[in-house]
Design a protein around this ligand. Structure first.
Ligand code: SF4
Length: 382
């Protein structure tokens, strides 16, 4: 249970690549088709942002290149970016890249492994080709199996798969098949997220038009509980509401995030939490590149949250972890006593058996997990 604690002094570097091969039907993130852009210009701009914004004293323990879909960058650009990062920060505990199946082969993965990338997060989403095409994914089940195989052959020993449940048309049986397929591939990490209907996405419009019927709440909950049961039985430990890992393979970069420790985000639309400031970069590729070219700041939004707000954010993020809030550590980090600050929701959910306190930790019980989001709302604003 102490993985979270032992890494809580970390800081991380996040690099955002807002390119995708094409837009998935459900995706509400900012990303653009890679074919419409000059990827070499974007990578150069990101490297310049490192030089402009990041002091040489910054020493991240974890690095994460996400998106979008970083693996849709041409190989030479991805290698250039990774090479620049590893020459600046040669010693990191964990270096993850998000990969979409079908976009990288064994040779390109071997090159990344040799350059120092030691973790892959593969966007599998489903092991059913009908579900993949419903979601607008460009890959097949076979591509996922090949991607995992190629990653293992390239020397990766820390591989994660992302899965989506509650896809319209899916059943408990088809979800179990997806989980077992992921388990059978022998990966170290699995993330499971319920499909969400983001505003203005083609999927949400299809729901509004009555063409698509979302999975009912009860089935959604049963699918989530099935994920916990099957993954735990297969030796994965649930360490966060949506994340499961074999012991020792928890994503350290994300643990840092749930600890509400600092990180710097680079690239269009990237967010940072640094020196108690939350900032977001310009979320438009060409405007971002032009600003970098002129030597101007790429920060579009900046906010300095008040200490109370930071305390609430820390509680909400910590409670996402199964280990919950370390009460002493919370006070050191935020200056607030968690039991006083959140006395009301702690009483309310404690009586319902949804929150517990043991060994100096306050955490959500297993019964609370399916409704965690609504519980966490009561900690976000006191
Ligand atoms: S690959 Fe990921 S980021 Fe890109 S459109 Fe699909 S879901 Fe969104």
């Amino acid at each position: 249970m102490n993985v979270e604690k032992s890494h809580c002094e970390q800081s991380g570097l996040y690099v955002h690549i807002p390119f995708c091969e094409a837009k998935c039907r459900y995706c509400g993130f900012y990303s653009e088709p890679v074919r419409n852009h000059n990827s070499a210009r974007l990578v150069s701009a990101i490297i310049t942002e490192f030089q402009m914004r990041i002091q040489t004293s910054f020493s991240p323990q974890t690095i994460y290149i996400g998106g979008g879909s970083p693996s849709c960058l041409p190989q030479e650009q991805l290698s250039r970016l990774v090479g620049e990062i590893t020459s600046r920060w040669p010693k990191t505990d964990e270096f993850t890249i998000e990969v979409n199946p079908g976009q990288l082969n064994k040779t390109s993965l071997s090159q990344l492994r040799k350059m120092g990338v030691n973790r892959l997060s593969i966007g599998a989403q489903s092991f059913d080709n009908t579900e993949l095409s419903f979601l607008g994914r460009r890959h097949s089940v076979e591509n996922i199996q090949k991607a995992v195989d190629a990653a293992k052959k390239a020397g990766f020993q820390n591989i994660g798969l992302d899965l989506i449940f509650a896809i319209p048309g899916s059943t408990l049986a088809s979800w179990e098949h997806n989980l077992m397929s992921a388990i059978d591939l022998g990966v170290q990490h699995v993330s499971t997220y319920a499909l969400t209907y983001e505003e203005k996405t083609p999927l949400q419009k299809a729901v509004e038009a009555g063409e698509v019927k979302p999975v009912d709440e009860e089935t959604d909950r049963l699918m989530y509980e099935t994920a916990i049961e099957k993954l735990e039985k297969a030796g994965f430990r649930q360490y966060e509401i949506s994340n499961f890992a074999k012991p020792g393979f928890e994503c350290r970069h994300n643990l840092n995030y749930w600890a509400n420790y600092p990180y710097i985000g680079v690239g269009p639309a990237a967010a940072s939490f640094w020196n108690d400031n939350r900032t977001t970069n310009i979320a438009e590729i060409n405007t971002y590149i032009e600003a970098i070219g002129k030597g101007e700041s790429v920060i579009e939004e900046s906010e300095t949250p008040k200490p109370l707000q930071i305390a609430c954010e820390t509680a909400v993020l910590n409670l996402r972890r199964r280990c919950g809030i370390y009460i002493d550590e919370f006070q050191k980090q935020t200056g607030y006593e968690v039991l006083k600050l959140f006395a009301e929701p702690i009483d309310k959910y404690g009586e319902l058996g949804l929150i517990e306190m043991t060994d100096g930790r306050l955490f959500l019980t297993r019964e609370a997990l399916p409704i965690a989001d609504s519980i966490l709302c009561d900690f976000s604003d006191v």
